[in-house]
Design a protein around this ligand. Structure first.
Ligand code: TXA
Ligand code: MG
Length: 309
């Protein structure tokens, strides 16, 4: 990470040439392209093997730029003030004269927007005169990437460049809230619903499986391609066992998300651990029960989807 300045310059150069670049964020790595360009954004779908009907998140660094493309409202202002830059994505109404490529939205009238909290990516965004569309940098339905190495593992030589920003601090995607209608959580994420409720002074609920009308919320997702058994008391033979609390005896197949049941730490380590288990050629995974509160709900949501057959 010594040459941050020249790395950002290189990313800028490629993005301006309508190429895709891997970028770091505090949640997970993104696969970035110029959000105003049809040519650039179409490459994202090809690389990710992502269905065209699944819209992308657009990343901004500045509210004034966002306002050129989207209509903001009072709930947005409250949440923006409290959490941005940070791991929250807002679905907003697009303005009529917006410049966003139709590929990004699949011709919808709404746009998912986010202000990522990562120094390197903020610097990159500031150097560009367009926002960047960036879904998570993984092949569609597979595990999200939380380091440069993970992105390499997903795409190999197919992408021109990955901007290194170290390991993602949070390790779970942003929480998505639809503000284009009555506020609705459409994806659990790194910010707990309880915190959003406090700011908006409402009680938002989220139920697994109820969001099938949103194209990105299909049940199979975040998948390591191995069967996962949740709420396990013990590992069976041949299983990698994921734990969130230190055991007295340590075994080769024990993988700790946290030593002391810290849910934020567990969230940060989730995708890294799943990848690690896969690299070690395990064929089955079991996970001990994870408390279904706060970020624990997000972890359980990801595990449920990862194990969906
Ligand atoms: O943390 C994150 O949000 C990461 C980093 C890179 O920013 N990005 C990310 O993007 O997770 P992606 O594409 O993997 O997930 C975005 C989700 C998709 O499920 C997509 O369907 C949904 O957002 N989405 C995008 N635009 C939408 C819209 N207009 N209405 C409803 N859902 C939308
Ligand atoms: Mg994703």
């Amino acid at each position: 990470m010594k040459n941050i300045h020249s790395n950002i310059k290189k990313s800028k150069y490629l993005l301006e040439k309508n190429e895709c670049v891997g970028i770091p964020t505090e949640t997970v790595y993104g696969l970035a392209a110029n959000a105003y360009s049809d040519e650039a954004t179409s490459k994202i779908f090809k690389l990710k093997k992502r269905p065209k009907k699944n819209p992308l998140i657009v990343h901004y660094h500045d509210l004034n730029n966002l306002k050129k493309d989207c209509v903001i409202n009072s709930n947005f202002k409250k949440l923006f003030k409290r959490f941005c830059p940070g791991p929250i994505t807002f679905i907003l109404k697009l303005k009529k004269n917006n410049k966003i490529s139709k590929n990004v939205t699949n011709n919808k009238k709404t746009l998912a927007v986010r202000f990522p909290n990562h120094d390197v990516t903020i610097k990159l965004l500031k150097s560009l005169n367009f926002p960047i569309a960036a879904p998570s940098a993984n092949i569609s339905t597979k595990i999200s990437a939380v380091s440069k190495k993970d992105v390499e593992e997903e795409f190999g030589k197919k992408i021109k460049y990955i901007l290194n920003g170290g390991r993602s601090k949070l390790g779970l995607e942003s929480t998505i809230i639809d503000l284009s209608t009555r506020p609705k959580i459409i994806r659990l994420g790194a910010i707990e619903i309880e915190k959003i409720n406090k700011v908006l002074n409402i009680r938002l609920k989220y139920s697994y499986g109820a969001k099938q009308n949103y194209p990105g919320q299909r049940k199979l997702h975040y998948s390591p391609g191995l069967p996962i058994r949740v709420n396990a008391k013990q590992a069976r033979q041949n299983e990698a066992f994921i734990l969130i609390k230190k055991r007295k005896i340590n075994k080769k197949n024990y993988f700790y998300l946290s030593k002391k049941k810290n849910l934020h730490e567990a969230g940060k380590n989730l995708y890294k651990t799943l990848r690690n288990i896969k690299r070690q050629n395990y064929k089955f995974i079991s996970v001990e029960k994870i408390p279904n509160v706060g970020v624990g709900r997000t972890i359980n949501d990801r595990l449920k989807r990862a194990s969906y057959k």
